[in-house]
Design a binder for this molecule. Structure first.
Ligand code: GDP
Ligand code: MG
Length: 370
């Protein structure tokens, strides 16, 4: 909703302030002062009293909105599952990710050169893709979840076979549960002589993880990021899990996604964006928070320019005027005007919220003095 202060409304109507306040009191407003904030509709009623015919611009048109999710998604194309790996420090997350990265068909094509963009897709030998997120900063993750976004479809909980459940394992478990997404347990370092897979299983069961060996439905896979043992099994388990979830998204229409991270590189301001719906291409206009971007180019995790980023993939996007914030939602706009207008509108809303807060504080202080 739009707001206006009594002072500004009085100015707009061309009425002297003390006269206006007295007339408002007559109209039945209680406890009214020049700092009082009126909602758009209320202000419009007052303006009508003064013979104006105001139109209330509720701003709906100015912002960009995600599309409603179709009730029946079964006809939509499948998209790659987005998978996040979590677990205790030194339990082998990076090693596991590196192994997957190197085993990707794409990595082979590009000579295995990969750059860190916080997310990467792995092409399975079956031709299907899985997108992995390097655990992004907790703050960004929390921000996305607070906005009701499950950027990740599946969580892989990594537990080292020689170390079992540790504080950050429990922390990760908490996050996975809060995100309400299915979890797969990867017991790593099974190549080590002191590996004890059964102990990990019973420790997890003791934490309420319903693993399949104990009659639950959480799949457990034993792997080694060193030798590659069990890795095929892990990939298959992920695909099986995603098939059960039937992960689908529109490849057309205005795209939607999330900023995973943003930085300034020698090539310019870049942001890694995970596309959730629609397809992004160079020349498209997108807005994230208070900034917009005409996409100059898209690069995959190998630093290779791509013509498009379909749903379920993450790309580094160039062309931002200012860096967007990690955790911000990305919405495509049909034109530059729309993208720019949306960010300007959001800025105005934020300024106004700050104004209202300031006025509230000032009002409070004044009342205390009186
Ligand atoms: P992270 O902190 O969870 O990312 O853990 P890292 O992937 O950095 O691994 C921590 C240490 O464990 C490194 O020295 C790795 O080489 C080692 N490591 C990771 N995975 C395995 C594994 O499967 N087998 C063995 N033997 N060592 C591993
Ligand atoms: Mg690591």
């Amino acid at each position: 909703p739009e707001y206006i202060s009594v002072a500004n409304l009085g100015l707009a109507l061309g009425v002297k302030q003390h006269v206006f306040l007295a007339q408002l009191a007559e109209l039945g407003f209680e406890d009214i002062s020049k700092e009082s904030i009126l909602q758009g509709e209320t202000a419009a009623l007052v303006a009508q009293e003064y013979g104006f015919e105001p139109t209330v611009d509720v701003g709906e048109e100015k912002d960009l909105k995600p599309r409603p999710t179709p009730e029946d998604t079964s006809a939509l194309p499948q998209r790659p599952p987005v998978v996040t790996i979590m677990g205790h420090v030194d339990h082998g997350k990076t090693t596991l990710l590196d192994y997957l990265r190197k085993s990707s068909v794409a990595a082979g094509e590009h000579g295995g050169i990969t750059q860190h963009i916080g997310a990467f897709s792995v092409r399975m030998s079956s031709g299907r893709d899985i997108t992995f997120l390097d655990t992004p900063g907790h703050a960004a993750f929390l921000k996305m979840r607070q906005r009701g976004a499950n950027v990740t479809d599946i969580v892989i909980l990594v537990v080292a076979a020689d170390d079992s459940v540790k504080p950050q394992t429990l922390e990760a478990l908490k996050h996975a549960r809060a995100a309400k997404v299915p979890m797969i347990v990867a017991i790593t370092k099974v190549d080590k002589s002191d590996a004890n897979v059964d102990r990990v299983k019973s420790d997890l069961a003791a934490q309420g993880v319903e693993i399949e060996d104990y009659g639950g439905d959480v799949q457990v896979v034993s792997v080694s990021g060193k030798t590659g043992a069990g890795m095929d099994d892990l990939e298959e388990t992920i695909l099986l899990q995603s098939d059960m979830m039937d992960i689908r998204a529109e490849t057309d229409g205005m795209a939607e996604g999330w900023v995973l991270e943003s930085s300034i590189k020698p090539i310019g301001r870049v942001a890694t964006v995970l596309v959730k719906r629609g397809t992004l291409r160079p020349g498209d206009f997108i807005a994230a928070g208070m900034v917009y971007c005409k996409i100059r180019s898209l690069r995959n995790e190998a630093g290779v320019e791509v013509d498009e980023a379909p749903p379920g993939t993450a790309v580094e996007i160039l062309g931002w005027k200012d860096p967007p914030d990690a955790g911000d939602m990305v919405l495509q706009a049909p034109s530059k005007d729309k993208a720019e207008g949306a960010t300007r509108y959001r800025q105005e809303l934020k300024d106004r919220e700050e104004d209202v807060a300031t006025m509230a504080v000032q009002g409070e202080e004044r009342r205390e003095r009186e």
